[in-house]
Unconditional design. Structure first.
Length: 217
């Protein structure tokens, strides 16, 4: 396998055994759907909203907590910009390796000339944003992929919209970051491809809540 998503890379970093079970052995373990329900609702609403659909009935079905989160997103300065793509699949090639993902939205400032437009990749977070967002695999992959599909631009940035705290974390894409991201991703992907013995990272706090802990060696 030479195709890697942010989730795959994060899983390997977290626990190589979990990576092997999930992506090599293709073992699926049921998870509580309620854990993802809030995030899925907000993402679906945002997608319909950007596509110009009538979402009035969907809005009335939200819980009080979800309504607060949705209002925060609707009034966010970046979410309010013009949408180019919503729920958009992206991919890029790094020599012999492919990276891919699905971004929440790409927005821009509406400038008439393509070369003078500023673009922002949006990622809506109803939970926590990464502790080190500039070096998160999601940031790296999404910015590198967007760099290919938006060659004419004034600027490009990744925005984590923290809906829990009503804050934004913005990472501006630069030539220096591009070089670092490409090197980091190629090294990590090749490390995974070369791994033969997927060792467990024991005594980790998250092991208690890992869906694979019943079958972990």
């Amino acid at each position: 396998m030479k195709n890697f998503s942010p989730n795959m890379l994060k899983t390997f970093e977290s626990c190589p055994v979990k990576y092997n079970l999930k992506f090599n052995e293709k073992i699926t373990v049921p998870q509580n759907p309620a854990f993802f329900e809030k995030g899925k609702k907000i993402h679906a609403l945002a997608n319909y909203y950007h596509r110009g659909a009538d979402i009035s009935k969907l809005e009335t079905a939200l819980t009080d907590e979800e309504k607060i989160i949705w209002e925060r997103l609707k009034h966010n300065e970046y979410f309010s910009k013009k949408c180019l793509h919503s729920e958009y699949p992206i991919t890029a090639r790094l020599e012999d390796i492919w990276i891919f993902g699905r971004l929440d939205a790409i927005v821009h400032d509406g400038a008439d000339n393509a070369g003078s437009k500023s673009y922002w990749i949006l990622d809506y977070k109803t939970g926590a944003i990464p502790k080190n967002p500039e070096n998160d695999f999601q940031t790296m992959i999404y910015l590198l992929c967007a760099d290919l599909i938006l060659p004419e631009r004034k600027s490009l940035a990744f925005v984590y919209i923290d809906l829990k705290n009503n804050e934004n974390k913005v990472i501006e894409f630069t030539p220096q970051l591009k070089e670092i991201y490409e090197k980091t991703l190629k090294e990590k992907c090749r490390q995974i491809l070369a791994t033969k013995d997927f060792e467990c990272k024991e005594n980790r706090q998250h092991c208690k809540f890992c869906e694979y802990n019943k079958i972990c060696r």
